[in-house]
Design a protein around this ligand. Structure first.
Ligand code: C2E
Ligand code: CA
Ligand code: CA
Length: 720
């Protein structure tokens, strides 16, 4: 029998059991806990709690008040979801309860005419009214009290039976019946001390644990956030009514017990809340952990991979290869290490720019990454190292790198050189380090490049080591004593006369003969001996100038220096002292363009100081490095020397012609002098002269020659 409903939220009542609208039922005669207002809307302490709970969870809610028996039944047969009730052992057979949120006690209500105070014992053999399905009814039935039970449909009806003296008394929850008596002006009073204090909780149909947990958590929420207290405070005057003295003491007692219950419930619900929070936090942490795992993975990837090609980087390859060597060493296997250099990468950069060069490098990386079993790394600057234990893969890699059928004929393609080192692991021997295997593959690769062949296999006799070691140990023995300087003249294009010479070092070795600087300069540079050599060259040049006056007057002498000299703190001081020995400014220092820009910051200040000492600076090998004229301008460079590789193909290649022509124009616009080196024929000379190149050096004019042989050329117009 439905007497009144009210709902809130978006969803319909029909699907409420499975959705988020919770249908609460209750008795319509249970003020101030729940009852109907004048306009038939549910109101009361419990009603307010239910709204607050729904609010806290953002769920829909519907409240239907009716006869108590119907209310209890509608939860059992699924027409409603929950009911606020006394939690008892008997009821727990059909209902599951939340933690209690309130506390009720029972009392005997008698007619106003009856005596002041009665007890349950006084009711023996008397008619006592109870509400159908009420806690009091069940308890009386089960406890064996000798009373005649009269069943009423509602709490109000129960009291009316007392008022009309049809029964001696009724047993009811005190707080609600007291309100009913007042509200309906009944001739009824509370005549007993409170008994059967019982917890009040929300009940759901037994087994509906999902809903139970939901209600539990909503309840927890409103207790924790203070809403419960606010609602209690709002109903306090009706929940705790005075003025009877015995009630006062009960009130205190009930409050004590009530508070205890609330504390216990709060602890429980706090626990539930905490558990939820912990679950939520765990979820969050897991998510964070996943994120940080992903980040770590990315970080690890970046730390072990080359950013351009996404292949392994140098360090990762060494580590993984070491690992492989260790693992393979038991089973006596072969390991192949392949080193690959894209030889035309520098010229691609200078002709087409970095973007194109990166594309080329990436295209090679893509081809290599197809060999999934192999370890493939990019060491930078178009140098790749691959390791595999499969001979077929080696052949396939060589094949795939030299095959450009995927490109059309006018596309630029990578020109590789390849070195292969095949290593058989012997179980008894100490396995080699990966770096040693890679070094040998690179040695083979360098050999292939020198010999202008595509592939070379490593063998001990291509090791340059022995000679290098000998040169180095000889240098430690004799220092600069066996060095000689050769001089190569430069012609001033406008006047046609020799105005400049470049000093070029040679090693007059007692057993190896005349050794090229290409062999020993890098060696001395790497071993940290170049500063000594540079100083020797500068002193030698100055003494040459001074001892061959007047031929050397007005002739400028170029000396090759390295960035190791520029960054050497005592270099400028050394130069300052030695230039005091020469009368006029006659020195030009040549530094390769790429080195200059790599040490740009330091170089800038040193070059300014050199300038103040009257020394000019030239950017050597221009075109093979960054080819950045504007940078050079910043560095107080006075001249650029166009690299031999450009000059050689100048009159054969249109593109080179354009590059050289525009470089000369731009250099001039920036106030730089342009020198071309490696000029071997008249045609090239003519082209450069037409392009307004300032000076020319090369075999056409003269090879580098000993000092005594260059003297006759100085200041003259040579014939060629
Ligand atoms: P570089 O400074 O670029 O010197 C020019 C090189 O080109 C010289 O080789 C020279 O002999 C060579 N060359 C000149 N004209 C022609 C030509 O028409 N055709 C051909 N094919 N080659 C020509 P060199 O003397 O063997 O020197 C090689 C490199 O060694 C030099 O390149 C320079 O980088 C370095 N070097 C030479 N002397 C010294 C030195 O005293 N100190 C330092 N740090 N490096 C030096
Ligand atoms: Ca030079
Ligand atoms: Ca050069």
């Amino acid at each position: 029998m439905l007497t009144a409903t009210v709902s809130q939220g978006t969803e319909s009542a029909d699907d409420s059991a499975s959705s988020h609208t919770i249908i609460f039922v209750g008795s319509e005669y249970y003020p101030p806990l729940e009852s109907l207002s004048e306009d038939k809307l549910p109101k009361g302490f419990i009603t307010d709690l239910q709204y607050a709970m729904a609010n806290s969870a953002g769920s829909g809610i519907e409240i239907k008040l009716m006869r108590w028996e119907d209310a209890l039944q509608s939860v059992l047969d699924g027409r409603a979801d929950a009911v606020a009730l006394i939690a008892s052992k008997e009821r727990s057979e059909h209902y599951d309860f939340t933690e209690p949120f309130y506390y009720v006690a029972h009392g005997l209500f008698t007619h106003n005419d009856s005596k002041e105070s009665v007890t349950l014992a006084d009711m023996r053999s008397h008619k006592v009214a109870v509400v159908k399905s009420a806690y009091a009814k069940n308890t009386l039935e089960n406890s064996g009290y000798d009373v005649e039970l009269v069943l009423a449909d509602t709490e109000l009806e129960c009291l009316k039976l007392v008022s009309s003296k049809e029964v001696q008394a009724c047993i009811e929850v005190i707080v609600t019946s007291k309100s009913l008596v007042e509200n309906y002006n009944l001739d009824v009073k509370l005549s007993s001390a409170p008994f059967w204090p019982r917890p009040y909780a929300f009940g759901v149909k037994k087994g509906n644990s999902k809903l139970l947990e939901e209600l539990q958590s909503q309840l927890a929420q409103i207790i924790v956030d203070g809403t419960y207290s606010d609602i209690y405070a709002a109903w306090e005057s009706e929940l705790e009514w005075k003025p009877q003295s015995f009630w006062k003491s009960f009130g205190q007692l009930s409050w004590l017990v009530g508070s205890l219950l609330i504390i216990i419930s709060a602890t429980f619900v706090l626990n539930t809340l905490l558990r939820r929070k912990v679950m939520h936090k765990t979820f969050q942490l897991e998510e964070e952990l996943n994120n940080s795992r992903a980040l770590h993975k990315k970080f690890m990837f970046n730390a072990t991979h080359d950013s351009t090609t996404k292949l392994l980087n140098r360090k990762a390859l060494f580590d993984l290869l070491d690992n492989r060597i260790e693992k393979t060493s038991d089973s006596q296997k072969e390991i192949f290490v392949i080193a690959i250099r894209i030889t035309n990468i520098i010229s691609i950069i200078s002709v087409f720019g970095y973007r194109k060069a990166i594309d080329i490098v990436v295209s090679v990386a893509k081809k290599l990454s197809k060999f999934e079993q192999a370890l493939s790394a990019h060491f930078g600057d178009g140098v790749f190292v691959v390791s595999t234990d499969n001979q077929q893969s080696v052949d396939d890699i060589i094949q795939i790198l030299s095959d450009h059928s995927d490109l059309d004929s006018n596309q630029i393609y990578p020109v590789p050189v390849i070195g292969v080192y095949e290593f058989a692991i012997a179980p008894e021997e100490k396995p080699p380090r990966s770096s040693e295997l890679v070094r040998k593959a690179i040695t083979a690769m360098n050999y292939a490049e020198r010999k202008h062949i595509l592939v070379a296999d490593y063998s001990p006799d291509i090791e340059p080591d022995s000679r290098n070691l000998k040169l180095l140990s000889d240098f430690y023995k004799v220092g600069c004593d066996q060095f000689v300087l050769h001089y190569q003249p430069q012609i001033d294009v406008k006047s046609g006369t020799i105005t400049h010479v470049e000093a070029l070092i040679r090693w007059q070795h007692p057993t190896l003969g005349m050794v090229s600087p290409y062999l020993f300069i890098p060696l001395l540079e790497e071993s940290g001996n170049i500063n000594r050599v540079t100083r020797w060259v500068i002193q030698e040049v100055i003494s040459f100038i001074n001892s061959h006056k007047p031929q050397t007057d007005n002739i400028m002498f170029s000396v090759n220096i390295t960035t190791r000299d520029l960054v050497d703190d005592s270099f400028v001081e050394f130069v300052r002292e030695v230039v005091e020995d020469v009368e006029t400014n006659c020195l030009i220092f040549e530094v390769t363009e790429s080195e200059l820009l790599e040490e740009k910051d330091k170089a800038k200040w040193v070059m300014l100081e050199l300038e103040s000492l009257g020394i000019s600076c030239a950017a050597d090998d221009f075109g093979t490095g960054y080819s950045s004229l504007s940078y050079l301008n910043d560095l107080s460079v006075d001249e650029v020397k166009l690299d031999r590789s450009f000059i050689m193909s100048l009159h054969k290649n249109d593109r080179t012609h354009k590059i050289v022509s525009s470089t000369i124009d731009l250099a001039h616009a920036l106030g730089l002098v342009v020198v071309a080196e490696g000029v071997e024929d008249k045609e090239t000379y003519q082209v450069l002269s037409d392009l307004k190149c300032d000076r020319i050096q090369g075999y056409l004019i003269s090879k580098p020659v000993p000092g005594k042989d260059v003297l006759p050329l100085l200041g003259v117009v040579p014939e060629f």
